[in-house]
Design a binder for this molecule. Structure first.
Ligand code: G16
Length: 544
């Protein structure tokens, strides 16, 4: 092994987005691109001499090559230990679990999450800190600043390591441990949920369950947890072989992209519970027999019922949701008499609150729910929660949600995405809106009156960091909301997200079709923002 210092030039586009650096694979394949980002991260941490990190990814195209690069930079920079998921695999929640369990200083997760993979798809890398959570903005910003001034990286000339055998060995001064990527995470799930009760449910002839791993990272986790530890039939799992291009699919668990699951769950004789997870295993979608649970409702139901579940019997310290997520969770918090925090989009904003012991459950409209067991959102945790709840309640998913609405009210909710919009047009739309706040306040549109119009700012109550311009909000007198923001996770053009929410407290009005219930708000947004004219699109790319 020979240490080398490679001269390089900065890339100007390495500012991490909502969740790490995500780019087309071809961008990452440029000479020095990944090396620069890894070195910038090491530099932003003040060097990694004597430190211990984890690394793993969602198995997408370029996962293995990137991992070998990180091993070499670790060696070049004097890293003490690297813990690697066998085969280069670690789901995002499992990486968070491993970092916390082994007291590591942090880790890299190689994933572009729900974005498509393959040679023409996306790749990504994000750094998680010692708490197991995504690096906060002050660190991602420091990485970006380091990347702008980078003129060298430290690496070694050495052959690839064997990623496929669980093993412990030394290369020079650095220890490498290739671990089973699944078992630590599966053990943690057994601590939180009543596995015997779930096993009984899954083995009941009258109960059918279907999980779709979308050819992404949760495949091996689902096989271990649902089949080996809980005795579910192997026919309960579909698309569980991890493929570098996710079988050509878009590993985003929503009504549009989880096609196989949606077809079955909205067909005749549908299973009682259907679920899917995304590329790196942190997102989830929960479906009942011909029934979709919005992620905003899911986190509210979870919070309302957590006291029934083994790991949460002591009750909740507090809850949190991202700003665009519906206020269904707030109603639960009010009844439980606990705090409900409203943070910007991005799981990293929950980290400080979780570390300070102020939260137990948090969730986002973007198909993310989790608890303080790790510092990431957790797809399989959510599925296990719903299974455990069904084992206790012995009623259908639809009945659980309907009972929740009857008690707390229903927050009709939908997100409309316009993907790959021209960047300039999207930014212009947002800028123009910012200039119009003052005039919008107090304006009436039929029965709707705007009482608040602003651009959401968040002052972190723990470290007092201020995050501005986190989404434009129109809030109406009847508590309806229209929110508009640009996604921070796309890789081509801009993705415009519009979020609609309407609160219904009258039980008689709770059974409308969602888009119908929100039609007045959708029409108003169209008129006010001229979305169709500006984007040139007649309809959203994805509606969830
Ligand atoms: C990431 C973040 C989430 C965020 C989501 C959508 O999820 O971890 O916190 O809600 O992106 O962000 P945006 O609206 O900016 O695209 P993931 O699953 O992609 O890592």
């Amino acid at each position: 092994m020979k240490n080398i210092t490679v001269a390089t030039q900065p890339f100007s586009d390495q500012r991490p987005g909502t969740s790490g650096l995500r780019k087309k694979v071809s961008v990452f394949q440029q000479p020095h691109y990944l090396e620069n980002f890894v070195q910038a991260t090491f530099d932003a941490l003040g060097g990694v001499k004597g430190k211990q990190l984890a690394v793993g990814g969602d198995g997408r195209f370029y996962n293995r090559e990137a991992l070998q690069t990180i091993v070499r930079l670790g060696l070049g920079n004097g890293l003490k230990k690297l813990v690697i998921g066998q085969g280069g695999i670690l789901s995002t929640p499992a990486a968070s679990c491993v970092i916390r369990k082994y007291g590591l200083d942090g880790g890299f997760i190689l994933s572009a999450s729900h974005n498509p993979g393959g040679p023409h798809g996306d790749f990504g890398i994000k750094f998680n800190t010692a708490n197991g959570g995504p690096a906060p903005e002050k660190i991602t910003e420091a990485i970006y600043q380091k990347s702008l001034g980078l003129d060298r990286y430290l690496t070694v000339e050495s052959p690839d390591i064997d990623l496929d055998t669980q093993n412990r060995f030394m290369i020079g001064e650095m220890a490498i441990e290739i671990i089973d990527p699944v078992s630590d995470y599966a053990d943690l799930m057994m601590e939180l949920f009543d596995f015997p009760a779930i096993a009984k449910l899954l083995q009941d002839q009258d109960f059918a369950f279907l999980f779709d791993a979308m050819h992404a990272v949760t495949g091996p986790y689902a096989e271990e947890i649902f089949c080996r530890r809980l005795g579910a039939a192997s026919t309960s799992l579909i698309n569980c072989t991890v493929k570098p291009d996710f079988g050509g699919g878009h590993p985003d668990p929503n009504l549009k992209y989880a096609k196989d699951l949606v077809r079955i769950m909205f067909g005749e004789k549908a299973p009682a519970l259907g679920a899917a997870s995304d590329g790196d295993g942190d997102r989830n979608m929960i479906l009942g027999d011909n029934f979709f649970v919005t992620p905003s409702d899911s986190v509210a139901v979870i919070a309302a019922n957590a006291h029934l579940i083994k790991g949460y019997r002591k009750g909740l310290k507090g809850v949190a949701r991202s700003m665009p997520t519906s206020c269904a969770l707030d109603a639960v918090a009010k009844e439980l008499n606990i705090d409900c925090y409203e943070t910007p989009t991005g799981w990293k904003f929950f980290g400080n609150l979780l570390d300070a012991g102020k939260l137990t459950i948090c969730g986002e409209e973007s198909f993310g729910t989790s608890s303080d067991h790790i510092r990431e959102k957790d797809g399989l945790w959510t599925v296990l929660f719903w299974l455990n709840l069904m084992a206790i309640k012995k009623i259908s998913v639809k009945e659980i949600v309907a009972a929740h609405w009857q008690h707390f009210g229903r927050n009709y909710y939908s997100r409309h995405d316009y993907e790959e919009v021209d960047n300039k047009a999207a930014n212009q739309l947002v800028d123009d809106l910012r200039k119009r706040f003052e005039r919008l306040r107090g304006t009436r549109f039929g029965s709707l009156e705007i009482t608040k119009a602003d651009d959401f700012s968040y002052l972190d109550p723990i470290d007092n960091s201020l995050s501005k311009q986190q989404g434009i909000r129109l809030i109406f007198k009847d508590k309806s909301r229209i929110i508009l923001r640009l996604s921070g996770t796309g890789t081509s053009g801009a993705t415009l997200r519009l979020y609609f929410e309407k609160v219904e407290k009258n039980p008689a009005g709770m059974n409308l079709e969602t888009q119908t219930a929100l039609a007045q708000l959708i029409k108003l947004a169209d008129d006010l923002f001229a979305i169709k004219k500006i984007t040139g699109r007649s309809e959203p790319t994805v509606i969830t």
